[in-house]
Design a protein around this ligand. Structure first.
Ligand code: ZN
Length: 429
């Protein structure tokens, strides 16, 4: 049932009225350097914020065995975070609407070299319309929007007439195991909404992602004894070339894949980190190369991983140094399939109406080539999984920032979406 125009205006105004407070809270989140494995204090902060608003609270650890046993479970390395997952639960007096999960992740990617940033990476500095800082767009603005969209309804004496779970996870940037854990814990709803920085558009399709480390080992010798190519770092370069061939073959295989066949280069292999050797005058005996590659929806992580492992094995067999020093391929993070959001669902229609009321133009959808937690809900809960959020710049890069004007608008979209999807009732107490 569509909402009347008066209620829409009141909801939009309520978001605007709370927006200074929302900016201040977003800034507080950005100023917390919640890098992988260091998200405990920010998860506690979110716990207190939700508890202070009267939500029923749950907090739990990741179950490594259960994650490992699930087809959507990514690989758990020693770098895996042990920060807790936090869930705040709103229960209505009478459950007349459709239930909803509002999810965010509070882990952020490494900030890179600080001297390349215009301001310190966790400054939360505001300049014009932009708030700067690692995680500002991805996705602390969205995490705050989850709370403040619900606050906006309260500000006008309303609350959702259905159960709403506000879920704050970690490990989104490296495994996706946080979102999977909420599912394994038993949390589900009629839809999920994740306000990642998506340029005010809805994500229609999303690639899966694999992380792997190529480990090259060889006997160290003095440089004067160095034979042709018998150098772990040189050998690593040769293997990277072989994996680049896999990337090109997967790109060539885009035909007939809706949402991907018209992309110039849908599959990206990123050589993300390279480490090896000990110093300039010893032939390096070791080299580790950390890689990330995308996979099409419908291709399992297992199948893609087997293809990469096999290609490296075959390449090494034909290489004089590597044949005697077979490299290892270790999957150490993302092991996740992609998803496609089917067109024309009711959740999308409600979001489209909310978007139009807040932004003033029809909602667009698009394909995104990075990992998203929405895959857990789309693939395993089998519920409508909506990923939609603010405009940003340089996420995962230098001088990341988010547009505050856009954050206000998408929070309005979210509040309107919640009001129509869940329905509303008079605020408790
Ligand atoms: Zn993100």
């Amino acid at each position: 049932m569509a909402m009347d125009a008066d209620l829409k205006d009141r909801i939009k105004q309520a978001v605007a009225d709370g927006f200074d407070e929302q900016i201040a809270f977003t800034q507080k989140l950005v100023q917390n350097p919640s890098l992988r494995g260091h998200e405990h204090s920010i998860q506690d902060l979110l716990f207190r914020e939700l508890q202070g608003r009267g939500y029923a609270m749950d907090r739990f650890k990741m179950d490594h065995a259960a994650i490992a046993a699930h087809p959507g479970g990514s690989k758990i390395s020693e770098d895996h975070s042990d920060a807790p997952i936090v869930v705040g639960i709103h229960r209505p007096r009478s459950e007349t609407g459709r239930s909803l999960i509002l999810q965010s992740h509070l882990d952020v990617v490494p900030e890179g070299l600080h001297d390349m940033w215009s301001d310190p990476p966790f400054s939360g500095k505001i300049e014009g319309d932009w708030m700067y800082g690692r995680g500002a767009g991805d996705m602390k603005a969205g995490a705050a929007a989850n709370l403040f969209a619900l606050d906006a309804l309260r500000r006008i004496g309303l609350q959702p007439a259905a159960t709403v779970y506000v879920q704050s996870v970690v490990e989104e940037e490296s495994t996706g195991n946080g979102a999977l854990q909420t599912f394994l814990q038993g949390y589900t709803a009629d839809a999920v909404f994740i306000p990642e920085p998506e340029e005010e558009m809805l994500v229609r399709a999303n690639l899966g992602v694999l992380w792997f480390e190529i480990q090259v080992r060889g006997v160290p010798v003095h440089v004067r004894e160095m034979g042709e190519g018998a150098n772990a770092i040189d050998a690593a370069y040769r293997i990277i070339g072989a994996v680049r061939e896999v990337e090109e073959e997967w790109n060539a295989d885009k035909a007939g894949r809706p949402h991907f066949e018209n992309e110039a280069h849908p599959i990206n292999l990123n050589i993300g980190k390279i480490e090896g050797g000990d110093w300039a005058s010893s032939v390096p005996s070791w080299c580790n190369v950390d890689c990330r590659i995308g996979i099409y929806p419908g291709v399992t992580a297992e199948k893609a991983a087997a293809e990469i492992t096999e290609r490296v094995r075959v390449f090494a067999e034909a290489d004089s140094f590597l044949a005697n020093n077979p490299p290892k391929v270790v999957f150490n993070g993302f092991y996740a399939e992609g998803y496609v959001l089917e067109e024309g669902g009711e959740a999308e229609a409600v979001l489209g109406r909310a978007h139009e009321a807040a932004i003033g133009a029809p909602m667009k959808s698009f394909m995104t080539a990075g990992y998203l937690d929405t895959r857990v809900y789309a693939l395993y809960n089998d519920i409508p999984a909506l990923c939609y959020g603010p405009k940003s710049r340089n996420i995962h890069g230098i001088d990341e920032c988010v547009s505050l004007d856009s954050v206000r608008k998408i929070t309005q979209t979210m509040a309107l979406f919640i009001a129509e999807w869940c329905g509303t009732e008079a605020l408790d107490g």
